[in-house]
Design a protein around this ligand. Structure first.
Ligand code: GAP
Length: 434
């Protein structure tokens, strides 16, 4: 079993991520987040929103629709260009993207011959209206970015923003991918966290671009990704989208090798220019101080949320051999992203006075920290569960607690134990989480 298979199995066993529609035999490349997965996901979203939106005076957020006017996708160029070539094996009928095949002449699954390549749209279609034939053809958005461009003018008019400023958004995107795989790395339905940062075309765009690259690197520390496992891959002129003047793919070393996690692109005035032309609405910005009008240029940092979750899981997954020869499985999450910040145990579940005291400590902490109360099995079994779900601290209430008000805190990573008084617990935890 490689590490990815072990992560997939742990995610299901402990309730992070389940295969989609499993009771009906599953649905290809679809996954559902379980009780712990949704906490992990929400923590990452909230950290992203705080760091990229709330902490910056030059940023605001929106939450746009998944189904937008089809005219938006005509203007953005997606209807025409969001297509990939597809070939089908004449023998086993498996489908591939020719550009992803090492030996483009034969099927890697059965050695069969391929059909000629056909273009295949990556957008999911749907129909607005009760009668399919008469309805309006619409699309599920393949990126969140376009809802930001479509609302650019509304934001300028309503939010008092002066260039340079940016708009961020978190939400679902849908792509009818020809090849999916590597767990939640490439799926049909996923979440993006995107920013469109609007700048003056006369400004030093490369400087602003570099500042964003540095700022994005800072997010790795917040969610606990090792900077050494990430590298910036500068996309060559010949491989960039025609409207982009510079693109960097930020690649993370996943268990299956390095691949794109996040990206940043300088998209010039391509998107706003196209929307101005197609909508007939002026999307020019008027600079009051310089009495100058222009269509803003855009720098776009983009983040796949599910890929970020996979990176965080890969980074945290750890197998340790203990002195007694047993293997300890631990998710060494950064405390910022850990679903539970602490777990509270009574040493023995059949001693009502210990259970009552443990409940009291749990209720005291849970208003400020996401905590779990656990009195299943013995202490060893509880530690094993908390290690596997990445809880940084386990707090045990024992007979000494009843005597002197101290609890025992066990550290997930070092397994060292320390005594802390209940009245100091919140201060102790506060110091750990900052
Ligand atoms: N607005 C620009 C844009 O959408 P992209 O590189 O096509 O750019 C941005 O996508 C990010 O979305 C990627 O870096 C990746 O993290 C994530 N992503 C793209 N396709 C995905 C898929 N099929 N499954 C999961 N994540 C995906």
């Amino acid at each position: 079993m490689n590490n990815l298979d072990k992560i997939v199995s742990l995610c299901k066993r402990r309730g992070f991520i389940f295969p989609g529609s499993e009771i009906y035999g599953g649905l290809a490349a679809s996954y559902d987040y379980g009780p712990l997965g949704v906490e992990l996901k929400n923590n990452i979203k909230q950290l992203w929103w705080k760091y990229f939106i709330k902490d910056r005076e030059d940023m605001v957020g929106i939450d746009g629709g998944i189904i937008l006017s089809p005219k938006i996708w005509e203007a953005s160029g997606h209807v025409e260009n969001f297509k990939d070539p597809l070939v089908e094996c004449k023998k086993c009928h498996h489908r591939f993207r020719p550009d992803k095949l090492k030996d483009a002449s034969k099927c890697p699954d059965c050695g069969g011959e391929f059909t000629a390549a056909k273009m295949f749209s990556g957008m999911f279609q749907t129909t607005i209206g009760p009668i399919e034939e008469e309805g309006l053809r619409a699309y599920l958005r393949p990126e969140t970015a376009q809802a930001i461009f479509a609302n650019y003018k509304n934001v300028v008019d309503s939010a008092n923003m002066k260039i340079p400023f940016g708009i961020g958004q978190i939400g679902k995107a849908f792509r009818n991918e020809i090849t999916t795989g590597n767990f939640i790395f490439r799926t049909f339905e996923f979440e993006q966290m995107e920013i469109e940062y609007f700048i003056d075309p006369q400004s030093d765009w490369n400087k602003i671009f570099e500042e964003w690259v540095d700022y994005i690197h800072g997010f790795m520390d917040i969610i606990g990704l090792d900077r050494k496992k990430m590298h910036d891959h500068e996309i060559l002129d010949s491989e960039r989208a025609f409207y982009s003047k510079r693109t960097i793919d930020m690649e993370y070393t996943f268990p299956f090798g390095p691949d794109e996690l996040w990206a940043i692109a300088y998209r010039t005035d391509y998107d706003l220019g196209r929307h101005q032309k197609h909508s007939g609405q002026s999307l020019e910005y008027f600079d009051e101080s310089e009495k100058r009008k222009y269509i803003p240029h855009v720098i776009e940092p983009t983040f796949g949320l599910d890929r970020t979750i996979l990176a965080v899981l890969s980074e945290s997954y750890c197998e340790e051999t203990l002195e007694n020869g047993e293997t300890r499985l631990v998710l060494k999450f950064h405390p910022n992203v850990a679903p539970f910040k602490a777990a509270v145990f009574p040493l023995l579940k059949n001693k009502p006075e210990l259970v009552a005291k443990a409940r009291e400590v749990f209720n005291f902490l849970k208003k400020d920290y996401m905590c779990e109360f656990d009195d299943n099995g013995n202490i060893g079994k509880r530690y094993r569960r908390q290690d596997e779900i990445g809880t940084p601290y386990c707090i045990t209430i024992d007979f000494q607690t009843l005597e002197d008000g101290t609890v025992t805190i066990r550290d997930r990573d070092t397994m060292k134990q320390e005594k802390v008084e209940i009245k100091d617990l919140k201060n102790w935890l506060n110091a750990k989480f900052q």
